[in-house]
Design a protein. Structure first.
Length: 263
């Protein structure tokens, strides 16, 4: 009996990782968090305890990463990160690419831009980059005109024509889905809409398109840890996992027009 115990213990010691390394990753609710959560068993099999920590805003995940409370975060695209670094001086770098979401302008009150009345209310993201993307969509829909050349870096101050005198409310991005019914128009992110279960994510009046991969969500790490093998392994596993792909598709309601795999 003692021999059998030693034999099986030896097999376990050979097959199991010598130790499990913990990787803490910050995410936001919806498909980004769910797809990372789906990776936990595969990471465990590779000797990595992947601890998924959910945040309800777009500020804290970078603050926590900078402070060393996280090893990775997965919620932002490169232009958003670049703006955060410019504003806060973060020592954070992208180390891998994830999913590219199609954002849109939604309305639960109007069927098209032509139906939007004078003095309409519009909810838009309060961070510079995503606000700029939303304003570009409103310009494309004919509701406003922006200062020439501002692109996705445009802000409310860059609106040069507003013929219907619409008014704007700036909202934290993850909360836009919950207030869409309270305004005439709102910038929307399909994955947050799906997570909130508020309305059809495929019902936008206009979409941004999924061709510009600079807006793909990235895995970000503190620069000092960017070459950490465990962090690189998480990215590799995420990009190769069938279970992750299934979670992403489910997170976008099985609607291929709402996202693309960007890696």
């Amino acid at each position: 009996m003692k021999f059998l115990y030693i034999f099986f213990a030896a097999i376990i010691a050979i097959s199991a990782p010598a130790f499990a390394e913990t990787v803490k990753i910050g995410v936001v609710p919806g498909v980004y968090g769910d797809s990372v959560e789906a990776l936990v068993p595969e990471a465990k099999a590779q000797g990595i305890d992947l601890e998924v920590i959910e945040f309800s805003d777009w500020t804290t995940p970078n603050e926590a990463l900078q402070a060393g409370d996280l090893d990775l975060n997965y919620f932002q695209h490169k232009p958003f990160l670049a703006n955060a670094i410019k504003q806060k001086g973060y020592d954070i770098v992208p180390i891998g690419t994830g999913t590219l979401a199609n954002i849109g302008i939604y309305s639960l009150k109007h069927k098209d831009f032509a139906s939007v009345p004078e003095g309409a209310t519009v909810a838009i993201a309060n961070d510079p980059v995503n606000q700029g993307r939303g304003l570009l969509l409103l310009e494309k829909g004919g509701l406003i005109k922006l200062k020439e050349g501002v692109g996705f870096q445009g802000t409310l101050d860059d609106i040069v024509e507003n013929p219907r005198k619409v008014t704007f409310t700036e909202v934290e991005g993850p909360q836009l889905a919950r207030i869409t019914g309270d305004v005439d128009l709102a910038l929307g992110y399909p994955h947050f809409i799906i997570a909130a279960k508020t309305f059809d994510p495929g019902s936008a009046l206009i979409y941004s398109g999924i061709d510009d991969k600079q807006f793909a969500i990235v895995f970000a790490a503190n620069k000092a840890k960017a070459e950490n093998p465990a962090l690189k392994k998480i990215v590799e596993l995420y990009q190769s996992s069938k279970v992750v792909r299934e979670a992403i598709d489910k997170g976008f309601a099985g609607n291929p027009k709402l996202y693309t795999i960007a890696w």
